[in-house]
Design a protein around this ligand. Structure first.
Ligand code: PHE
Ligand code: ZN
Length: 897
């Protein structure tokens, strides 16, 4: 491996067009695990729109050059170096053939060409193609590809690449070949090949325009019984993109391939999407409701990239959110439409929105408050793989959603149509997208650019005043960033355009009709106010009584709202707001407030108590049959320990844990009979179905079980959970039962938990994704002073099924402990941090991308209590001293800076 310890900063401002263009590429692969030979023939010409360059500089990594020919003749003037290959003495336009070798079975980075359970796979985004062959490996160089694969026929019967199969046949010595042609020009990051022993389920479908299409989902033979849901999701995605955006599948053949070793979720390679098995394989016995929902959304996401990413791609990697923010928005809308159909007001739609916002607030807001804070369109990076972030994806999606909030679905569609009309086949920027939205809707969106250039989470503080005599209600909205992190602060220049949805609720709990000062008549009960200044006042007239404001309905922009609600106000909103998102939000605010107060008391070793009103509000939600079970489950789930710790002036995970456990136990005890009733009432007899309705019932039932498992006497929970474990016909219920038994173990009931863990392992020994769950549940287990979770985790590291080289397995054990078990990870003695440092360094030598993700679990160290802070700094310094990869170094150096 080359020494990449030097941290060169790449800047957006330094973008220049490529000096050369590549029009076409013919790739020939002689596939063998130890040494694969690649012959690459490119048509190259100088770029008329770029400054002339003396030489052709191709990028390459971990390659061995075997030969070079220019226009058919051997070319001596090539020089291999650390970053690639310099080709000297090149004419205006020419054909260049390079031959090189790589070693797929040594490639543990999972970037480039690698081997996973004996089969070949590639991963090229962002900069993996240069590990396959020398190339202008940047997204603004788009070429046509012809790919010829040759391999041993018995070992690699299936040979796949992008586009259409144009030829195949046998070769001497038991070998065979396949030739693929991609009819669309593409950047190198969308190249893919797959070779090995795989099988597929297939469907033929006819698209809107009457064309026949072949759809395939390729997996290892033992997994064929877990492909139906992915195939259905693909068909639904194709239909949805036709209907909602008029976008059709442009290839005759569309393939999904599942691979067990994969750094990320999935990859949108043209016509040949490659997926982490986690987002393909599902049947009722092995996959939970969450898995089923995730598969639908990731299949959609990758399919939607075919237009938003592939047909129109990114000019450079600073524009990553152009494709990712937009495609996340599209997959969120897809999932919402699948759950709710055309019903815009349905709670199934709100449930999806709440789930998405919860992720954004827990993970993206935290990112935006730390040393890795960056704008949706970053200004610089050291390692691009570190910028596949919550900000680029999830905040990027919120930014796209705001266009739809401003212009409506139809206006948004007009903007999309114009974007494709202008840019199909091009590599473009976030500005190009914004301009298409602005021009299609006749609106100046210059100020809106700040959403792309400013980091940090905006705060909107709200003041209200009611003038009973004049029947006027004024709402004053002020925006700012509070005390943002230094990384965020340096990007902030001025006020944003914030679409702020608001409603006013009367004393009877009903929405008041809204009329703004200057309007002829009232219209509607929710208004989107456009905030553009640092402070602005909006006046509602004809307001008959002092209302209660419902602020930022449906989370209309990614901001923090500050308003002095009383506890009674929040309980009222929780009971009455017509906006289901804000009903949930009111409950979360109420709970956050109570929990933070309790955490402060816990930190001071003061006794803890919980008010009757709080319990009563929860009881009302739990027993309100008008609310969907899915919604009730969300409303009754307390804010996570991580989210709560982030809200403290100095994060104290132990205090938060004690406070949250105290509240869970109080709710379990006080509502014991209601939980038991909810448990009984929300059974889902009959065959398993992953519908929103059925999964909502399971979610509420299993939440009830989880609360019951908090009771001081866990006997009831153990009985119910054991019965559920044995009787369940699906993984959702089985895993929830096991989870409840693990909770009960913390209260002393060890034996049933151990018994179930053993059973679970034996039952699913051959199902890698289920064994991942088995590791993850133990790593996330609560632990007791006598049985700290870390001791268990260390024991599991030595389990024969553990394998650090497999990212899913590493995540299931190590990340689950470091990122999903804050109370145990942040143990006062620093043992969690020592474990973290050890594992980051071990992964650094195997897979820098995965190592860098793990490295991020300490980046917020400055926000913790002084004692923890010191121990975290020691661990970070240890990693900074030992890490070799650019990936990990960027993270820890930014954290320590
Ligand atoms: N482009 C992929 C997606 O979001 C993510 C990805 C990035 C996968 C880099 C692999 C490597 O759909
Ligand atoms: Zn994506």
């Amino acid at each position: 491996m080359s020494d990449n310890a030097s941290s060169t900063v790449i800047r957006r401002a330094d973008y220049t067009p490529p000096a050369f263009l590549i029009d076409s590429v013919a790739l020939e692969f002689d596939l063998a695990p130890a040494r694969t030979i690649v012959r690459n023939t490119m048509r190259v010409r100088r770029n008329p729109d770029a400054a002339p360059a003396p030489h052709l500089e191709l990028l390459g990594e971990a390659l061995e050059v075997l030969g070079a020919r220019l226009d058919g003749a051997p070319h001596g003037a090539v020089r291999a170096h650390e970053h690639g290959l310099t080709v000297e003495n090149v004419p205006e336009a020419f054909e260049l053939t390079l031959e090189s070798a790589c070693a797929p079975d040594q490639n543990t980075t999972l970037s480039g060409l690698y081997v996973s359970s004996g089969n070949f796979f590639t991963q090229c985004e962002a900069e993996g193609f240069r590990r396959i062959t020398y190339f202008l490996d940047r997204p603004d160089v788009m070429a046509s590809y012809t790919v010829t694969l040759r391999a041993d026929k018995a070992a690699y019967p299936v040979l796949l690449s992008n586009g259409n199969l144009v030829d195949s046949g046998d070769l001497p010595d038991g070998r065979h070949f396949a030739q693929w042609e991609d009819p669309f020009r593409k950047p190198s990051y969308l190249f893919a090949l797959v070779a090995g022993k795989l099988v597929a389920i297939e469907e033929q479908i006819t698209t809107g325009s009457g064309k026949e299409k072949l759809l395939q989902v390729w997996v290892e033979p033992a997994d064929l019984d877990k492909t139906r849901h992915a195939m259905d999701s693909l068909i639904h995605s194709i239909r949805w993109d036709e209907q909602r955006f008029g976008l059709k599948l442009d290839l005759d053949r569309f393939m999904i391939v599942a691979v067990g070793d994969f750094n990320m979720g999935a990859m949108e390679n043209k016509g040949l999407n490659i997926f982490n098995t986690k987002y393909v394989l599902a049947n009722p016995e092995t996959a939970t409701d969450t898995d089923f929902a995730n598969i639908e959304s990731v299949v959609g996401h990758e399919y939607f990239h075919n237009w938003t990413g592939n047909r129109v791609t990114c000019r450079d990697w600073f524009q990553l959110s152009l494709k990712e923010g937009l495609t996340v928005f599209r997959d969120q809308e897809f999932s919402a439409d699948m759950a709710a159909g055309d019903d815009v007001a349905s709670t199934a739609r709100a449930v999806k929105r709440i789930e998405d916002v919860r992720v954004l607030r827990q993970l993206q807001f935290a990112e935006d408050a730390g040393p890795m804070a960056h704008p949706v369109r970053p200004e610089s990076y050291v390692e691009i793989n570190n910028f596949y972030t919550m900000t680029v994806y999830e905040k990027g999606s919120e930014v796209v959603r705001m266009y739809q909030t401003l212009f409506g679905r139809d206006g948004f569609r007009k903007g999309m149509d114009l974007y494709f009309k202008r840019h199909d086949g091009q590599a473009v920027t976030c500005d190009d997208f914004r301009h298409a939205m602005a021009d299609a809707n006749g609106r100046d969106l210059a100020q809106f650019e700040r959403w792309y250039s400013q980091a940090g989470t905006p705060r909107v503080s709200v003041r209200t005043a009611y003038d009973a005599a004049a029947r006027r209600y004024t709402v004053t909205l002020a925006q700012g960033y509070g005390d943002a992190s230094p990384a965020a602060r340096e990007t902030q220049q001025g006020p944003l355009l914030i679409p702020f949805a608001i409603g006013l609720i009367g004393r009877d709990g009903r929405d008041l009709p809204l009329r703004l000062d200057g309007e002829a008549a009232a219209s509607g009960t929710t208004r989107v106010l456009d905030i553009t200044d640092t402070e602005q006042t909006f006046t509602f007239v004809d307001v008959p009584e002092q209302p209660l404001p419902s602020l930022l309905r449906n989370f209309s922009s990614p901001v923090i709202v500050e308003y002095d609600y009383s506890d009674d106000d929040l309980a009222f909103l929780l009971a009455h707001d017509s906006d289901p998102f804000n009903r949930w939000e009111a409950g979360q605010r109420l709970a956050t407030r109570a929990l933070l107060t309790l955490a402060a008391r816990a930190a001071a070793n003061e006794p803890l108590t919980l008010g009757e009103n709080f319990i009563a509000a929860f009881r009302r939600v739990l027993t309100d049959a008008n609310l969907s079970p899915a919604f009730r489950e969300l409303a009754l789930t307390l804010p996570s320990e991580t989210y709560l710790a982030d809200q403290m002036a100095e994060a104290d995970p132990a205090a938060v844990h004690r406070a949250r456990q105290f509240v869970r136990r109080q709710l379990a005890t006080a509502l014991r009979a209601d939980w038991l009733a909810a448990y009984e009432q929300h059974q889902t007899p009959g065959a398993y179905e992953p519908t929103p309705e059925a999964s909502g019932r399971r979610a509420l039932k299993n939440l009830a079980l989880a609360y019951l498992a908090e009771l001081d006497d866990p006997a009831d929970a153990v009985r119910v959970a054991s019965a559920q474990y044995d009787a369940s016909n699906n993984m959702t219920d089985r895993a929830a039962a096991l989870g409840a038994l693990l909770s009960a173990a913390a209260a002393g009931a060890n034996e049933p938990a151990e018994h179930a863990l053993d059973d679970f392992y034996r039952r699913f020994e051959k199902e890698a994704l289920v064994i991942d769950k088995w590791f993850a549940m133990q790593a996330a287990q609560r632990g007791t002073p006598a049985q700290p979770t870390l001791a268990k985790v260390r024991k599991l590291l030595a389990h024969p099924a553990f394998n650090l080289k497999n990212p899913n397995r590493a995540r299931s054990l190590i990340f689950s402990f470091c990122a999903a078990n804050p109370a145990q990870f942040h143990a006062a003695d620093g043992s969690g941090y020592a474990f973290w440092a050890e594992q980051v360094l071990a992964l650094d030598a195997i897979n820098p991308q995965v190592a860098a993700r793990l490295a991020r679990s300490l980046e917020l160290w400055r926000r913790f209590t002084p004692a923890l802070r010191d121990r975290m700094r020691d661990a970070l310094e240890q990693v900074a001293a030992g890490a070799k990869s650019r990936d990990v170094r960027e993270i820890v150096e930014k954290a320590l800076a």
